[in-house]
Every structure is written in structure tokens, then in C-alpha cells.
Ligand binder design. Structure first.
Ligand code: SAM
Length: 214
């Protein structure tokens, strides 16, 4: 049987073969213990490159998606990043391991409390709050990067506003089943450069500037 450490090595190698080149992202994948972020019944699949259920109808994203989105931000150490959709906390943990100052918002109170407890137990310094992430977290803006880990019908204006000039916003946009990943660079307060990457599938982003609850 492979040890978790060996499984992480193999996962990082697989992500590298799939086109992840950022050495800091790959290093974080080797370090973050994904098996601690998945539910008990899924532990044996923790290092498979697949999304897994975390309860409450939500998922922990596929490692390739986490790595690709993180790499797309092109971050420098000590950058400030806002994540919308804390979920299991795995994406936030990858960012924290890279030396990023992480702010993460989760709308589901049960998920928020469970993940907050886990992050404290592991000793990860991540700022979290429970609320509607579609309106961002104004208090700590601007952010060098913003990651949205749920699929949105449009790009929330609040998130564009809270992005630093030169910063990147990575967000899946489309219908509730399938989305295009938009990598949006803020050129100045009014101009944005957009790069589209097909084809992703995230759970819906629900909120004031996302999908309605029903
Ligand atoms: N980043 C997560 C991880 O590493 O496990 C995966 C997130 S999961 C695919 C999407 C999460 O977004 C869910 O936990 C869901 O409750 C949350 N979510 C949906 N709409 C939201 C909103 N408006 N604000 C904050 N979180 C939201």
C-alpha cells in the first residue's frame, strides 16, 4: 500500500504531466494533506485526480482544477488572495502553503464551521468568514488575485472592483452544468483583459451577484 506521502508525490507528477508548470503550486500539492480535507468514506480516493463529495451537496475540487486555477493567478509570495467558496479548505490550504495571505468566504454555515475547525486543528493561518462571496470582502481589498470556486452566471462587478490593478480574477462562468473558466486581468479601473479556457464543471455560485437560491 502506498503511503499518503508517496500518493501526493504521484499526484504532483501527474499534474505536472497534465501541464502544471508552477513549481510552487506543485510543491504545495506535495505538502498539503488532501486526505484531511475529504470525508471519511472518500479517504482512499483523496489523491486521485477527481472532485469528491464533501457533504451538503458540495464538492472538494479536482486537484488539477485547483492547481490550474492557482497557477493562472501568477502570484508572487506574500500576495493577497480572496477565495470565494471555502468548501473543504483544500484550495485555501494550497495557497497558504505558497506563502499567500488568504481570505476565504463560504456561504454555507455548516461547511464554514466544519472547515474553520479543521484549519485551526492543522494550524493554517487563513482568514475566513461565512457570507455571500459574490459581493467580495471589501474590508481587505484590493486583492492581487481572486479565485471563485463555484460556477457563476456572470462576473460579479464587486469582485472586479476589489481586484488590484495588475491582479487576476479566475472565475467559472456559464450555466449550472458547464462553464468556461475566465482568467481576467485588471489593466486599469475600467479595462480588463479576458482569456477563456473551456470546459469546467463547478457547483453553482449562489448569491446576490450569482445564481438565485432556487
Ligand atoms: N474551494 C473548495 C475546496 O477547496 O474544497 C471547493 C469549493 S466547492 C466546489 C464550492 C463552494 O462554494 C461550496 O462550499 C459552496 O457552498 C460555496 N458557495 C456557493 N456560493 C457561494 C457564495 N455566494 N459565497 C461563498 N461561497 C459560496
Amino acid at each position: 500500500m502506498l503511503t499518503y506521502e508517496r500518493e501526493r508525490e504521484e499526484l504532483a507528477d501527474k499534474l505536472s504531466e497534465k501541464g502544471i508548470t508552477d513549481i510552487y503550486v506543485l510543491k504545495a500539492v506535495r505538502e498539503v494533506e488532501r486526505h484531511k480535507f475529504v470525508i471519511k468514506a472518500m479517504k482512499q480516493h483523496a489523491y486521485s485526480d477527481v472532485a469528491l463529495p464533501i457533504g451538503y451537496g458540495q464538492t472538494i475540487s479536482q486537484p488539477y482544477t485547483v492547481a490550474f486555477m492557482t497557477q493562472s493567478l501568477r502570484l508572487k509570495s506574500k500576495a493577497r488572495v480572496l477565495e470565494i467558496g471555502t468548501g473543504s479548505g483544500y484550495q485555501a490550504a494550497i495557497l497558504e502553503k505558497m506563502g499567500i495571505d488568504v481570505f476565504s468566504i463560504e456561504r454555507n454555515m455548516d461547511i464554514y464551521l466544519k472547515t474553520r475547525k479543521l484549519l485551526d486543528e492543522i494550524g493554517l493561518r487563513i482568514h475566513t468568514k461565512c457570507g455571500d462571496g459574490t459581493i467580495g470582502w471589501d474590508e481587505f481589498a484590493p486583492y492581487d488575485g481572486i479565485l471563485v470556486t463555484a460556477g457563476s452566471p456572470t462576473v460579479p462587478e464587486s469582485l472586479k472592483r476589489q481586484l488590484q490593478v495588475g491582479g487576476r480574477l479566475v472565475i467559472p462562468v456559464g450555466n449550472k452544468n458547464s462553464q468556461i473558466l475566465k482568467i481576467i486581468t485588471k489593466l486599469n479601473d475600467n479595462e480588463f483583459e479576458v482569456c477563456d479556457v473551456p470546459e469546467f464543471s463547478f457547483v453553482p455560485l449562489i448569491g446576490r451577484e450569482g445564481w438565485n437560491q432556487k
